[in-house]
Design a protein around this ligand. Structure first.
Ligand code: BEZ
Length: 211
């Protein structure tokens, strides 16, 4: 199944390092980041899981829960967790799905047979509090993902859900933003009474709205 932005993230039930979960119930009212790993006991994945564990306070600030997936057995996940704690300086503090029968991997199209017919690629799904898919990323096994970028996208999504703005290239928290083209100048005056910098009629820059 092809999953697209705006689709409801498929629900599933799975065993994880934190017990059996139903995905939607586990998400509750939170946003979620579901991400896959090619396999256990691999170096790049070990660094990604350690770094994501370190980011837990940042995810919590944004009402986001992280959940990883690897197509290995739960017993192997527990053994690997010890290695992650010892080598990365942080224990796993979010669930890792044991998807040995590839049910979830297939549901989310995480196996790309022309890359590998056995292991998942590095997929990322950002899911919002309505269970809608808001971002998908696909990286090859040999390239570790940038989880600071995942946080940056969450910041952009949560900001642009709240205000009629979009975020420009390389935007980060606190940088100027762009008034969306759907807002005409008359409405923009009400929404942004402090005014904006008009570089072109379609390129109107304002300070990031706060609050
Ligand atoms: C890794 O996580 O290190 C890895 C996994 C599969 C292929 C290459 C690297």
């Amino acid at each position: 199944m092809t999953l697209r932005l705006g689709d409801i993230a498929p629900d599933f039930e799975a065993d994880t390092t934190e017990g059996r979960i139903r995905f939607h119930e586990w998400l509750g009212n939170s946003w979620g980041v579901l991400f896959s790993h090619p396999r256990n006991y691999t170096p790049v994945c070990t660094t990604e899981l350690g770094y994501t564990a370190k980011l837990k306070p940042e995810f919590e600030k944004r009402n986001v829960k992280a959940i990883g997936l690897s197509v290995d057995k739960l017993e192997d996940h527990h053994g690997w967790s010890k290695d992650i704690a010892e080598t990365q300086g942080t224990s796993l503090n979010f669930p890792l799905i044991a998807d040995a029968d590839k049910t979830v991997a297939n549901l989310y199209d995480m196996i790309h047979p022309n890359a590998s017919d056995t292991f998942t690629v590095r997929s990322v799904f950002i899911v919002d509090h309505n269970k809608k898919i808001r971002l998908t990323l696909t990286y090859p096994a040999s390239t570790g993902r940038n989880f600071d970028e995942v946080l940056r996208v969450i910041d952009s999504l949560q900001l642009t859900d709240k205000y009629k703005v979009a975020t420009p290239v390389n935007w980060k928290q606190g940088d100027d933003v762009i008034i969306v083209p759907a807002v005409n100048n008359e409405d923009a005056k009400k929404l942004f009474p402090q005014g904006w910098k008009e570089l072109r009629p379609y390129l109107r820059v304002v300070p990031q709205p706060k609050g």
